[in-house]
Unconditional design. Structure first.
Length: 321
């Protein structure tokens, strides 16, 4: 979200503003926090804006003079946010980089919106419009994958079973430790299958994206599951786990960030006692083995196929006090 582009489209300071999906680091200094409602379901970003004094929610409430949308990675989600904003606000501004697909969105808005204005700067565009017809872009509720799981717009792998997660499930032993955490659980594919293994007495489903966690609550109905809306890298539960299973994310934008998956590995080591075990799946090229060896006494590769690898580690070298 580029403040300089957006400021060129503003005429004064609106009294009621809603901003959809801004990320940590977005410059909102042009706005009075008392006038702004921020819509953000990603827990780290949600908490950062709340700490900065903004009213942060996972879904919008009310009507507004101005709505601003920071274009998300999913085009379908972007369209649904635009439709919602257009139904609530007098003026809507959609902002994003070329890599986010803002050019195609701008073309669509010119065909649908009224009084469309565009400002181009810093390899991106801000597009302002008023009115228009967006009924066919509205979010019409949950999606359902062919495997019978509920998913929603904007969650990872919303329209398919992730192949890496499938490989991980196929590589797990028949019997698992009694108390397990699924870190970055998404909409619950791994969690449901973990609960089908022998030995599991409690599963903690940890997910930072609110929409994905709400799907997981629908998809995983076993009473042994407990759900946590939390940043896995900072998760601090009141229990200690015997095992961690995860398909860690490696990007929050379109650019890959291996440090994110490495942070998940360090979190797993912190959450596990000396007898703890970790199973994870990752793209083959991601450099996780070094940090695993720094955090665990034993590291093994359990599978390597289809561009993915399953890694196993046990006996963490750094544990919680």
């Amino acid at each position: 979200m580029n403040a300089s582009r957006i400021s060129l489209l503003l005429d004064g300071q609106p009294d009621r503003i809603v901003i959809y999906r801004p990320r940590i680091g977005a410059d909102l200094s042009m706005f009075d926090p008392a006038k702004v409602q921020i819509i953000q379901g990603f827990k780290p970003d949600h908490d950062a804006f709340a700490d900065a004094g903004f009213d942060v929610r996972v879904a919008p409430e009310g009507v507004f003079d101005l709505a601003i949308i920071a274009v998300p990675r999913s085009k379908a989600e972007a369209r649904a946010l635009i439709a919602d904003a257009a139904s609530r606000a007098t003026t809507v501004i959609v902002d994003g980089q070329k890599a986010d697909g803002i050019d195609s969105i701008a073309r669509d808005l010119k065909k649908r919106g009224g009084n469309v204005r565009v400002e181009s700067k810093s390899h991106g565009k801000a597009v302002a419009f008023e009115g228009g017809s967006f009924a066919d872009w509205e979010n019409h509720g949950p999606l359902t994958s062919v495997a019978g799981f509920e998913t929603r717009l904007g969650v990872f792998s919303a329209d398919r079973i992730d192949k890496a997660s499938q490989l991980l499930i196929g590589s797990l032993p028949d019997k698992l430790p009694s108390t397990i955490a699924d870190l970055g659980a998404g909409w619950g594919y791994l969690s449901r299958h973990i609960l089908e293994r022998d030995g599991v007495k409690a599963l903690h489903v940890v997910e930072a994206e609110h929409a994905a966690l709400e799907c997981a609550k629908v998809n995983v109905t076993d009473p042994r599951a407990t759900f946590h809306w939390a940043d896995a890298t900072r998760f601090d539960p009141k229990v200690r786990f015997d095992g961690v299973i995860m398909n860690p994310p490696f990007h929050t934008t379109r650019a890959a960030d291996p440090a994110l998956g490495q942070a998940f590995i360090m979190a797993a080591a912190r959450l596990l006692p000396t007898h703890g075990q970790l199973w994870l799946v990752a793209n083959r090229q991601l450099p996780y083995e070094a940090v695993l060896s720094e955090q665990f006494a034993v590291v093994e590769k359990r599978a390597d196929t289809g561009g993915f690898k399953v890694l196993y580690a046990k006996r963490p070298l750094r544990t919680r006090a």
